[in-house]
Design a protein around this ligand. Structure first.
Ligand code: ATP
Ligand code: MG
Length: 550
């Protein structure tokens, strides 16, 4: 695997060399309000790989300070996703476990005259915050005495007030050029049960207040986050300083990862799930880690992909094809390469005895001999891809089957088409062929050249299968649709199902197994698969489409 190398690594090296820190401690702080997406994978991999590079530590810390949207299902999902990506956190912590310590720090700020209880509503507060060009207006509650603030804040905790009735705010500067410094909220009232704390608390700290303290409690040295927190750093440092935190962590920001034709925000992903536009968070079209995994992307492919995109202080949009490339690279020498027919055309080999089949040797992976061989069946009735047949050979570039043309059935025999059978509408229903016994694969036969090599599946042993083919969830952005809501920009063709056959060696396939279907693409067995009704998800196509002669 590629080594991690970026500007944050350089900062860490310098901090270790100068003695600013003794060891590297990072954390990944997801909010358990949805499943993780591939953007989070950038944050996970960056945090874990950087710490690993210096023998440091990485905590998983659930940022569970907003009970309105959080749920145990997501906590479990995030733990499972990390494990699947191959990372073991040094500790698993919960922001909510620090509620008492965080509360004490709020009391300290009140006592220092640096926090006050405000009676303004949220709307009034945001109205009075001013703008980038105009200063804010002080709240009438700003000059409450320390004693009054202490009493009110304790009453807030005790449940005396309704949601939104009071707010604890930091007392900084209502004219500060950075809006985040204009007396930001520290605590709000929410009478709602917390997934870990139950009804113990009805006041909850805001992210900007809670996060730096949590980093400090845990001894985090480098608190990494995406670029949108850039102008919160000043507040982060303010809270660390004013709360007199013993350990001083530092925040560093990196660019967010976006992928073409993909929506990468938990809020939008949740909307897709809630509106049933997808089958769930693990729908193979979703950019969630559970979705990507079900689709067939491997943890190694995702890691290599993330590392290959680099890291800078600029948000980046990466083409989805880069992830496909990482998957192909990862699976090229690992995946079995069985035969599958997605759009079957029935072939009757008229000179092959009825009721008989034979087995031929076939490499499991033509590029990796070590994977050995298996037996594939050949018999009187076979299936080939409809795209591998055309009635009349159009030109010399057609290197597949046609009437009066002979091809090699891969790892079997030369097969020649003699007759095309059609229904009353003129559609081809089957073709009649003959095979040449002398041309058995491996026999050294070389006195004629076939018009190409095509794959096939013998019919009596074939297993019925559904193939799910995916396109991006979102249509390309165009002049016409660029202002549409993302729900209106959904690709109506993002899922297509084909019914075909796979060779019998896949009878005992298990969910999540990866394959390269010969001349087609990478596929993974889906959880909807049943013994005689297999279901495969296409992860991605081969680089050169199977329509080309290979
Ligand atoms: P979203 O914006 O998708 O709702 P979020 O940032 O609210 O995600 P968190 O649970 O707060 O989600 O994210 C945990 C960490 O992952 C944060 O440190 C955040 O900076 C980082 N992160 C989230 N999305 C991306 C992304 N697309 N690229 C890089 N890092 C990301
Ligand atoms: Mg967030």
């Amino acid at each position: 695997m590629a080594e991690i190398n970026n500007f944050i690594k350089t900062i860490m090296e310098q901090d270790l060399a100068s003695g600013k820190v003794d060891a590297i401690a990072t954390r990944f702080p997801p909010e358990p309000n949805a499943y993780l997406h591939i953007g989070h994978a950038r944050a996970i991999i960056t945090n874990f790989e950087l710490a690993k590079a210096f023998n440091g530590t990485t905590n998983l810390r659930f940022d569970d300070t907003n009970p309105a949207k959080e749920d145990q299902e997501f906590v479990d999902g995030i733990i499972a996703d990390l494990k699947w990506l191959g990372y073991v956190p040094t500790n698993v912590f919960y922001g909510s476990d620090y509620f008492e310590k965080t509360y004490e720090k709020a009391i300290l700020l009140i006592k220092k005259g640096l926090a006050y209880v405000d009676d303004l509503s949220q709307e009034e507060m945001s109205k009075m915050r001013g703008s980038l060009t105009t200063p804010g207006i002080d709240s009438p509650c700003r000059n409450r005495s320390v004693e009054e603030n202490l009493r009110l804040f304790e009453e807030m905790r005790a449940g005396k007030y309704k949601d939104g009735e009071k707010t604890l705010r930091a007392k900084i500067d209502m004219a500060h050029p950075n809006m985040n410094m204009r007396d930001p909220a520290m605590y709000r009232i929410m009478h709602i049960s917390h997934h870990r704390q139950g009804n113990k608390w009805c006041i909850f700290p805001m992210y900007d207040f809670a996060h730096p303290l949590q980093d400090s409690f845990e001894g985090i040295t480098h608190s990494l986050c995406s670029l949108e927190y850039d102008n919160h750093r000043i507040l982060y440092d303010w809270f660390i300083e004013k709360c007199e935190m013993e350990h001083v962590p530092h925040q560093y920001e990196f660019g967010r990862l976006n992928i073409t034709n993909t929506i990468m925000s938990k809020r939008y992903l949740k909307q897709l799930v809630d509106a049933k536009k997808v089958s769930g968070y693990d729908d193979p079209r979703m950019p969630t880690l559970v979705g990507l995994r079900r689709r067939g992307y491997t943890a190694d492919a995702i890691r290599n992909f993330i590392l290959s995109t680099g890291l800078s202080r600029v948000n980046s949009t990466v083409d989805a094809s880069q992830l496909d490339e990482a998957l192909r690279e990862d699976q090229k020498l690992k995946a079995m390469r069985p035969n599958a027919i997605l759009n079957p055309l029935k072939v009757v080999i008229t000179n092959y005895p009825e009721g008989q089949i034979e087995y031929l040797d076939c490499p499991n992976n033509a590029e990796n001999e070590e994977m050995g061989t298996r037996k594939i069946a050949f018999g009187r009735v076979c299936y080939i891809e409809q795209d591998d047949f055309i009635e009349t050979k159009p030109n010399k570039h057609w290197k597949r089957l046609a009437k009066d043309v002979e091809v090699r059935f891969m790892h079997a025999y030369f097969v020649k088409c003699n007759e095309v059978i059609k229904d009353e509408n003129g559609n081809i229903v089957e073709i009649h062929c003959t095979y040449d016994k002398e041309t058995k694969s491996g026999s050294g036969f070389n006195s004629r050249k076939p018009n190409g090599n095509i794959h096939f599946v013998e019919a009596s042993t074939a297993i019925p299968a559904t193939f799910r083919l995916f396109e991006p969830l979102m249509l390309d952005e165009t002049e016409e649709n660029k202002d549409l809501d993302f729900m209106e920009r959904l690709n109506p063709n993002s899922l297509k199902e084909l019914k075909g056959f796979v060779e019998e060696s896949l009878a005992n396939t298990s969910v999540g197994e990866h394959y390269q279907f010969v001349r087609n693409g990478y596929y993974t067995t889906d959880k909807d698969s049943k013994p005689n009704a297999l279901v495969f998800n296409r992860t991605c196509e081969l680089k050169s489409s199977f329509k080309l002669e290979k």
